[in-house]
Design a protein. Sequence first.
Length: 149
Amino acid sequence: MNNQKSNQNTELIKGGVMLGLGILLFITGSIDFNAVAWKPYLRLIEGIGLFFAVVGGWNLLQYFRYKKNPAALQKARIESMDERKLWIQYRSGNNAFKVGVSLTYLFLLIVGAAEKSLSTDLIWWILAGIVVVTGAVYVVSLIRYENIY
């Protein structure tokens, strides 16, 4: 029981630190600095801050949810150790990785052949598409393997 309480406190600290760091980075990225060297990175810092804030908030939400209902925490831990689910997640991740790497390789070949004729906007849209397709392959594989096995 003491180990479980220690683990919960660790999750609380992790969630709080991530939320605080995320808010700090988001505010820092929102401030318009006069230094020209910082200008290109402000949106990146703001985006990383938003990501940290969302992940930290999610961790805190789960912490308080599980603190209210310890039986749900026990059930979630047991389900997370289920070998069938772990295998399905591993296999789905493997499929998504293969598709993502293949698409990235093909894209690099196309960029190498086209060189300067591609616009930077098109390149960013293709990269975003690769990320979306990789995520979609993971989700579709999860659903497919859940139905099969």
